[in-house]
Design a protein around this ligand. Structure first.
Ligand SMILES: NC(=O)c1ccc[n+]([C@@H]2O[C@H](COP(=O)([O-])OP(=O)(O)OC[C@H]3O[C@@H](n4cnc5c(N)ncnc54)[C@H](OP(=O)(O)O)[C@@H]3O)[C@@H](O)[C@H]2O)c1
Ligand SMILES: [Zn+2]
Length: 340
């Protein structure tokens, strides 16, 4: 059997190591992809640092996959070899639990499948995935552009389009990293008054270039007070990896405002119940979306020009690329280029 290069984590907290593995054949209902690009998401730290329960090691991370179909398993219909496709966080579901029976596959209660977590992901030359996880990539999007849209993109696009905000409403994006810089673009293109909130002022010019109408430096000012000066937010999309940072903006929600938590922060935050009650305010979480949500994200990005700002690394330098993302210095998404 032929071999491929892959990058794996062998144990909790272990390094990302380049390895050689056998190329698997896709079984019934699965397809094999030739990976061209894979974005590095902060959530890859769940695999690397062992923060997701039940991960079996060695594991190949990566859930921002873009490439083309290389082989079809038995029973696959509607997809063909050579077709350009992407795969994101939602890699499969049980089909039997209450969520799945409602058609809500993303909150599958029994066996949610996630590339890079429950099965090997996209830090590799080839990956085998269920056909239900595939999203078609429009012709005018490159693999490097499509990769980050498969998690950072879909999560921000999908949460915004279901947020209840209407054109002209105020949307604040907290944390301008991989997710945040796409959120700013989607928000502006959807017609929301868009406010970027980040630490320090070095990101201000880029945030404004990406479409932010206002910028708040959360280190120089109280971000909640600044939001209230701008009329209060209908939506705060919290992509920061800090619960403390989320607490600090909460007071900037307007009447009927909602904080949507995207960032998987390890620390918790306090909420004053009267603040929620008095202004009908709400706090909600949002998990990515399904493959058709990914396809909608790709189509919207192709239509409106939303693109991730990326830094490209070859597969062999995955470890360095991951550290670059974790350092917060990347502008703004690090993408592995594979089979280029
Ligand atoms: N809900 C979902 O479905 C979903 C999907 C994908 C990712 N995620 C999660 O979303 C989060 C962001 O992912 P990402 O890939 O965008 O990460 P990233 O590129 O590393 O960006 C994280 C951002 O968080 C902010 N931040 C970090 N530490 C902070 C602190 N102490 N105080 C305030 N802000 C801080 C930084 O913003 P500034 O420097 O601009 O202030 C940074 O740009 C991660 O927790 C990830 O696991 C969730
Ligand atoms: Zn992700």
């Amino acid at each position: 059997m032929s071999k491929m290069r892959a990058v794996q984590v062998s144990r909790v907290g272990g390094p990302l190591e380049v390895t050689e593995r056998e190329i698997s054949e896709p079984s019934f209902g699965f397809v094999r992809l030739k990976v061209e690009a894979c974005g590095i998401c902060h959530s890859d730290s769940l695999t690397k640092e062992g923060h997701w329960p039940g991960v079996q090691y060695p594991r190949v991370p990566g859930h921002e996959i873009a490439g083309s179909i290389d082989a079809l398993g038995a029973g696959v219909a509607g997809w063909k070899v050579g077709q350009r496709v992407g795969v994101g966080w939602h890699g499969g579901h049980c089909g039997r639990c209450v969520s799945c029976r409602r058609g809500d596959f993303v909150t599958c209660q029994i066996s949610p499948q996630i590339p890079g977590i429950t099965f090997d992901g996209g830090y590799a030359e080839y990956v085998v995935v269920p056909e239900t996880s595939l999203a078609s990539i429009p012709g005018d999007l490159s693999a490097a552009d499509a990769g980050p849209l498969m998690c950072a993109g879909i999560t921000t696009f999908n949460s915004l389009r279901h947020s209840g905000a209407n054109p002209g409403d105020t949307v604040a994006v907290l944390g301008i990293g991989g997710l945040g810089h796409l959120a700013v673009q989607f928000s502006a293109k959807m017609g929301f008054k868009t406010i970027a909130i980040a630490r320090g002022n070095d990101k201000e010019p880029l945030a404004r270039k990406l479409g932010a109408h206002h910028y708040i430096d959360s280190e120089a000012n109280d971000p909640a007070a600044e939001l209230l000066k701008l009329g209060g937010a209908k939506i705060i999309l919290a992509t920061a990896t800090s619960g403390k940072a989320m607490s600090a903006v909460l007071g900037g929600l307007g009447i009927d405002g909602k904080l949507i938590v995207l960032g998987a922060a390890a620390d918790s935050f306090n909420i004053n119940p009267l603040f929620l009650i008095g202004g009908r305010r709400a706090i909600a979480g949002w998990p990515s979306g399904t493959s058709i949500d990914s396809q909608d994200t790709l189509a919207f990005a192709a239509l409106t020009g939303v693109r991730a700002m990326i830094e490209e690394y070859p597969l062999e330098r995955a470890s360095e690329a991951y550290e670059r993302m974790m350092s917060g210095k990347a502008r703004f998404r690090v993408v592995l280029r594979i089979n280029k």
